[in-house]
Structure formats: C-alpha cells, structure tokens
Design a protein around this ligand. Structure first.
Ligand SMILES: [Zn+2]
Length: 115
C-alpha cells in the first residue's frame, strides 16, 4: 500500500493512539522515515500532542484536538506550541465541564428519561 503525505497528517492521531492496523503502521513509519517533510510534521505534532496530554488529563484523545490546530502547531516553534497547547487544553476542559453541567441539568429536569 502506498502511503502519502496527506495520510501522514490524516492518521497521526490514530497512529499515536495505536489504532492503525499493523500493515498501516509499518507503511506509516516507513514513509515518515524516508520523507523529511512528514518527519518534521510528525516530530512536531507528536510533541505538541504530548504537551497537551501532560497539561490536561481531560484531553484523553488527540481526536479531541481539531486537525486545524494540529496543522497550525506543526508549523510553530516549540515555545509557541507550548502556549497553544495550554490554550487548547483549557478550551477542551471548559467544553468538557460545560457538557457535564448540561448532562446534570438534563438529569434534574428529566429524571424519568435518562436517554
Ligand atoms: Zn511525506
């Protein structure tokens, strides 16, 4: 199977979460090893994802980070990535809390129908 640069960006979160089938994993690694552009993208983006993970336990999955943000982060120097990671994890936490509050409010007003 031919791996493309587009796929490197598309599947980076699946790869980092170990969700890719073994064959795709090998193709992914082989491409990143031989393609300097993808190698840089991968290094920067995986570093950014780790930063976001460390900052907020709330961010359980890189899927929660919009692709736009990942692409943006991949172009930034590491100090800016840290800043962006901070903002993203704060945003995700607020969103999570908002959803939790909504969930609780719904249970209160509609106790007979939990779904
Ligand atoms: Zn590539």
């Amino acid at each position: 199977m031919t791996w493309t640069c587009k796929k490197t960006q598309l599947f980076i979160d699946d790869y980092l979460e170990g969700k890719l089938p073994v064959r795709d994993r090998f193709a992914y690694e082989a491409h990143v090893e031989t393609c300097p552009g993808c190698r840089e993208y991968f290094d920067r983006t995986s570093a950014f994802i780790q930063v976001v993970h460390q900052m907020g336990a709330i961010t359980r999955s890189p899927h929660q980070i919009p692709q736009k943000v990942l692409d943006e982060a991949a172009r930034l120097p590491i100090e800016r990535q840290l800043l962006l990671g901070e903002i993203v994890s704060r945003d995700l936490e607020e969103e999570h809390q908002r959803l939790e509050r909504m969930g609780k409010a719904q249970k209160k007003t509609n106790p007979a129908k939990p779904n």
